[in-house]
Structures are given as C-alpha cells and as structure tokens.
Design a protein around this ligand. Structure first.
Ligand code: FAD
Ligand code: UQ1
Length: 456
C-alpha cells in the first residue's frame, strides 16, 4: 500500500518534468514569438478575443486552462480571475485545527497560471452567451469562441443575523474563508469550558464533510490538552443525516457515540449574539421553534449559494447554478459553453476531488466538440471527502452519482486509517499543485481500475 501511495505522489512530479521538457521544446520552436507567450497580469483596456475563455482561476479554472493550453496553444487561452492569491482550500480544515500553517495553503495566482496563458486580472460582471461576450468590472468586453465557466460558489455569512461582524469576537471561527480560518484555531486554543458548537447550514455546501471534520479535530485537541471533561461538544446540522452515504455514516455514528459528541439533526443556525456568546438555532421540523445555545466556542459553516454572475445570466438553471449536462459537462442550451466545479448544477457533492475527475471528462468533451464529433466519455459523479477524524486518522469517502461507494484502494475505506491521513495531509497537496493544476491529474479512476484488477 505504501508503494502505491509513493507511485501516486510521484506521478505528477514525473509528468511535471516531462511537460516542462515538452514546453521548453515548444518555446525553442516558437523562438520569435516566445516573449509574447509569457503570461502577463494586466487590467484589460480594449476589446479582446480568445478562442478559449476561462472564467475563474480556482481549482477548476486553472486545471482547465492548463489542459486547454495543450489543446489550442497558450496564446488562445485567457483566464479571468481577480484574486492575487490561489488557495488549496482542503487544507483549511487542518489550519483551523492548528495542524497546518495558513501560508502553506496559498500560492500567488501568477505562479499557478500556465505560462503563456493570458491572466485577465478582473472580475466578470456579466456573461452574454447570445453574443459570445463577457463584460468585466472595468467595463471591458471580451469575446470568445468557447467558454469554460469555473466561478465556484458564494459564501453567505450575512444570511446569519449577527454575522460577519460577530467574527470580531474571539470565540468564533470558520474554516470556510481565508479571513476566518485562523480564528477557528484561536477559538479552539482559547476554549476553557462549556459548549463547543459546530454547525451545518440549510443549503448545499462545498465539501459536506468539512463542517464535522473540525469537530473531530477539536475533540482530539481538547483531549490532548486535558480540557475535554469540561466541554460539551455539539454538532447541529440542518441535514436529516450525519453523512449522505450510509457506509460512511455508519462509521461516523460509531465515532460520535464513542467520543461522546452530541449530534442534533435538522437544526439550523439563524443568529449569533457574539457579545453574549449565544447561538440561535431553528428546528427545521417544527417551524417557529428556536433554541438558544450558549457557547465557549462556535465553528460556523456559512450558508452557500450560486455565483451571482452565473445566477444573473442566461446560463443558469432555475436555482442559479450553471446548467450543464451531468455526463459531458457541456451547457444544456449553449453548445460552446462548458462548466466545471462548484458553480455547476452537477448532482454530486461539490469537492476538489470531483473537479479533478470532471477536468478529465471536460477535456475529452471539448476535444470532441472542436472536431465536430459527439462527446463520448461520461462523468459518473465521482467525488471524494477525506473525513478527518483525528490528528492522525481519516475515513476516505469516495462515491458516485448513485451514492454508491467508488473506492480507489482495495481496502475498506470506511475504517479510520493513519495511511489515509498521510494521503490527505501530505500526498494530496502535491497531487493538487503539480497534478490537478497542471492538467495532469484527472482523478483516481485509472488507479481504481488497476487496484481492483482481478478482484471481480
Ligand atoms: P474555486 O476553487 O472556489 O474557484 C472559484 C474561483 O472563481 C475563485 O478563484 C474566485 O476568485 C473566482 N471568481 C469568483 N467570482 C468571480 C468573478 N465574478 N469573476 C472572476 N472570477 C471569479 N475538496 C476536496 O476534494 N477534499 C477536501 O478535503 C476538501 N475540503 C475542503 C475544506 C474546506 C474548509 C473548504 C472551504 C473546501 C474544501 N474542499 C475540499 C472543496 C474544494 O476546495 C472546492 O470544491 C474546489 O476548490 C472547487 O473548485 P472550483 O474551481 O469550482 O471553485
Ligand atoms: C483528489 O483527486 C483530490 O484532488 C487533488 C483531492 O484534493 C482536492 C482529494 O481530497 C481527493 C481525495 C482526491 C482523490 C484522490 C485519491 C488518490 C483517492
């Protein structure tokens, strides 16, 4: 198993070298034009046109721009992204628990942008698929032949009364944003006694396991520091289940019972009175019934929703998500528009692991569309959630559109394992920076098939 892990983690590094060599060859070949191939970060000032325009430079946007560079050449690809920094969000769970440094989760957007690809450092304000144009916040119009939408989802702390201003108080944190994740670690360290409360909102979220991972880590931290006996740990979730996939939920229920963690289903956080250290929850099964809980520490998972630019465009479905075909990721009404990741209405759990699998499918779909052929490869909904259950164990949940476990390794992944913790904390970041973002990691599908050969 350790050999397998080493192979997995070396894979992107090996390919990085190969791709770098290929890139150098290409640069020599294009000597005369090489200078214009270095990507630039500039505000756009005139009308621009690109064959392949990518909206959003997060996980899906950078992965697709690397893949599209290989397909159509860097000079034909542009990415619209306003942020100077790119973050590997999955590590924020460990930052909130003091096991990783926030700095180690971020790199400059310039450093992750594939070289030669144009970085338009602006915010997309409007998408007009009927004229094949987008407008940025400085009023510039960019036209495109093909559009890839990777705008992520939006956090809505403001939908909880008392937030975001409540974060000024030291007992509250949230692993979900770069501004609030360090506050989780502060609140955990400062906790003395009383209720430690963790929430899950009444909306779709990204990485649906993250709201409870921080509870398990907090429990472990309080045990380590001798404060656990003075704490009541409460997980108030809007969902009717602890986790959507029964195989993993069964293991998690075992853990919460063993570690004396209180789980209350169908409880939704509606207000934080930070000055009084009170959190107000509504009972979703009994409209009008609310309960006030005093806390010594509060971890908030905010309500989330579609990206507002997608929602305000003809590309959205009724709920505001990007309306794409669930198998080939092509827009359902505009054939030259495609989507990936958290901004889409793909009926699977929104994760970076899902983005990885989607990037390989979308690459294939676009190759086919460019050749006027029918997309053939189908996305099975693969998604994964490494459920961190302590400072050295993980349950590696992996499943598909049907909620069926789709496990990579030929072992029972519903068991807490140290090995999977190392995968999560040490291997995955490399897979992300050198594999996914360089368009070289399309999810573990091929490895799963290899590891299960002969097992059928
Ligand atoms: P993002 O990576 O969020 O990128 C969206 C990009 O769009 C951003 O860069 C943003 O600046 C840009 N953007 C937004 N609006 C505009 C605009 N108007 N114009 C231009 N650009 C815009 N996933 C896992 O697989 N495993 C995990 O263990 C895991 N744990 C997580 C834990 C936490 C605490 C969090 C927060 C997330 C976790 N995830 C995990 C989820 C994962 O990070 C996301 O699912 C993934 O990043 C989605 O990629 P994306 O490209 O769709 O969106
Ligand atoms: C994955 O591919 C991925 O992307 C790099 C993650 O980070 C966002 C993950 O957390 C996971 C679990 C996967 C799936 C990969 C394997 C090897 C199971």
């Amino acid at each position: 198993m350790i050999l397998l892990l080493i192979t997995l983690s070396l894979f992107p590094l090996i390919f990085r070298r190969r791709m770098a060599a290929l890139y150098r060859l290409r640069q020599c070949h294009l000597t005369g034009r090489a200078a214009s191939h270095l990507h630039t970060s500039s505000r756009v000032s005139a009308q621009q046109h690109y064959k392949m325009l990518v909206l959003g430079g997060g996980s899906g946007g950078i992965a697709m721009s690397a893949r599209m560079k290989r397909l159509v050449g860097a000079e034909n690809v542009a990415v619209v992204e306003p942020s100077e920094m790119h973050y590997y969000q999955p590590l924020w769970t460990l930052v909130g628990a003091g096991a990783k440094d926030l700095k180690s989760t971020g790199r400059s957007t310039a450093s992750v942008m594939p070289s030669g690809v144009k970085w338009v450092k602006s915010k997309v304000q409007e998408i007009n698929p009927n004229t094949n144009t987008v407008r940025t916040d400085d009023g510039t119009e960019i036209s495109y032949e093909y559009l890839i939408v990777a705008l992520g989802l939006q956090l809505h702390f403001e939908k909880i009364r008392g937030l975001p201003e409540g974060f000024e108080h030291p007992q509250i944190g949230s692993n979900y944003s770069v501004e609030t994740v360090a506050k989780t670690w502060k609140a955990l360290q400062n906790f003395q006694e009383g209720n430690a409360v963790f929430t899950f909102p009444n909306t779709p979220v990204k990485c649906a396991g993250a709201p409870q991972k921080i509870m398990y880590l907090s429990d472990a931290f309080l045990r380590k520091t001798g404060k656990r006996s003075k704490a009541t740990i409460i997980y108030n979730t809007s969902l009717p289940v602890l986790f959507a996939i029964k195989k993993y939920a069964d293991s998690l229920w075992d853990i919460v019972e063993r570690r004396d963690l209180q789980v209350n289903l169908r409880r939704n956080l509606i207000e934080v009175r930070a000055d009084k250290q009170e959190a107000v929850f509504e009972n979703l099964d009994k409209p009008g019934e609310t309960k006030v809980i005093e806390y010594g520490m509060l971890h908030v998972t905010p309500p989330m929703g579609p990206n507002s630019t997608v929602k305000g465009s003809p590309l959205s479905d009724e709920a505001g998500w990007l309306d794409v075909d669930k198998y080939n990721l092509q827009h359902r009404r505009y054939a030259n528009v495609f989507g990936i990741g958290d901004c889409t209405n793909l009926p699977t759990s929104k994760t970076g692991a899902a983005v990885a699998a989607q990037s390989a499918i979308l690459d294939r779909t676009i190759r086919k569309v460019l050749r006027n052929e029918k997309p053939d490869k189908k996305y099975d909904g693969y998604t994964s959630c490494p459920l961190i259950t302590s400072y050295n164990t993980v349950i590696l949940a992996e499943f598909d559109y049907n909620g069926q476990p789709l496990e990579t390794f030929p072992i029972n992944q519903a068991k807490e394992r140290r090995l999977m913790y190392h995968m999560k904390a040490d291997v995955m970041p490399h897979l992300y920076w050198y594999g996914l973002l360089r368009g070289l990691w399309g999810g573990p599908g091929p490895y799963r098939k290899l590891f299960h050969l002969g097992m059928k």
